[in-house]
Design a protein around this ligand. Structure first.
Ligand SMILES: Nc1ncnc2c1ncn2[C@@H]1O[C@H](COP(=O)(O)OP(=O)(O)OP(=O)(O)O)[C@@H](O)[C@H]1O
Length: 258
């Protein structure tokens, strides 16, 4: 756990629900009465099979999908129903890293330009924005020459490091990683995990890790919640949940990877 952990919830989710309506009548309750907290300096794991609702939780927290019910309190403010410009301000406080880093960058721009873009969009002049982007890329383990490379000219691991640097430009209080290491080989995955842990220690940010890999959760997370068909079926300290799972669904997830 991060040295700055002080148990202040950066994110408090209460009774969050979202059903995707279908014209053909097959509605999907993607998120159903979900409640959890993510404390400053801590790492919270949201695990579950494909389709259990993990990414929808992330989209709801980031304001990309509107909830049917519930509250999402980010740094003390309920952001569940913000609209327009105020909703976009969520990105100053929470950022996301995705599974496919290459696809998350504009192929026409260099990685450096992509990392600096968030600062430029917030009104910073080109020179200081580039300097800050270079420093962040270096912190994320990227050699200076990679600043000028295009996304397709670097490895998946290097591109994911750049995506993490880009997420850090606005010093978010919350970083959501949605299967951020799933597409990487084991060695690179381990390096990215170390990078995320280091950043958490340094900044005291809260991290929400979305994945289906219990081994990764055991390594990274303080707390874990297990999602099944939109609901949290089990949650608690990661070591405890993994050592003594109560729910059959959790047992099957653990047996699949450990
Ligand atoms: N925009 C959408 N419209 C309709 N249904 C959706 C939409 N987004 C997600 N769903 C459905 O909601 C359910 C939960 O999907 P979600 O992507 O949140 O699961 P997940 O646990 O993140 O899965 P994965 O690990 O495969 O990404 C699925 O049944 C999915 O088909």
């Amino acid at each position: 756990m991060g040295a700055n952990a002080d148990r202040v919830p950066v994110l408090s989710v209460r009774g969050l629900s979202k059903t995707f309506r279908s014209v053909r009548g097959a509605d999907v309750a993607a998120v159903d009465d979900v409640t959890f907290d993510v404390a400053a300096g801590s790492c919270f794991g949201l695990v579950g099979e494909s389709g259990s609702g993990k990414s929808t939780v992330a989209s709801l927290v980031m304001g990309m999908v509107r909830p049917d019910a519930g509250s999402i309190v980010l740094q003390g403010e309920d952001i569940a129903h913000l609209r327009g410009r105020r909703a976009r301000l969520i990105f100053d406080r929470a950022q996301m890293v995705f599974q496919n880093p290459v696809g998350s960058f504009d192929p026409r721009h260099t990685l450096g330009c992509g990392v600096a873009e968030g600062l430029r969009n917030r009104g910073m002049a080109k020179k200081p924005a580039e300097m800050r982007a270079r420093a962040l890329m270096q912190r994320c383990g990227l050699a200076p020459e990679l600043f000028e490379r295009f996304p397709h000219q670097v490895s998946g691991g290097q591109c994911q490091r750049a995506a993490i640097a880009r997420a850090l430009v606005c010093q978010p209080a919350l970083l959501i990683c949605d299967e951020a290491t799933s597409a990487l080989d084991v060695t690179v995955q381990s390096q990215i995990v170390e990078l995320l842990e280091g950043i958490r220690e340094e900044t005291g940010m809260a991290q929400l890790i979305i994945c289906h890999d219990m081994a990764l959760v055991q390594r990274m997370c303080d707390t874990v919640a297990v999602m099944c068909a939109g609901r949290i079926v089990e949650s608690g300290p990661a070591d405890q949940v993994i050592a003594h799972p109560r729910h059959d669904y959790t047992k099957s997830l653990i047996e699949a990877v450990l």
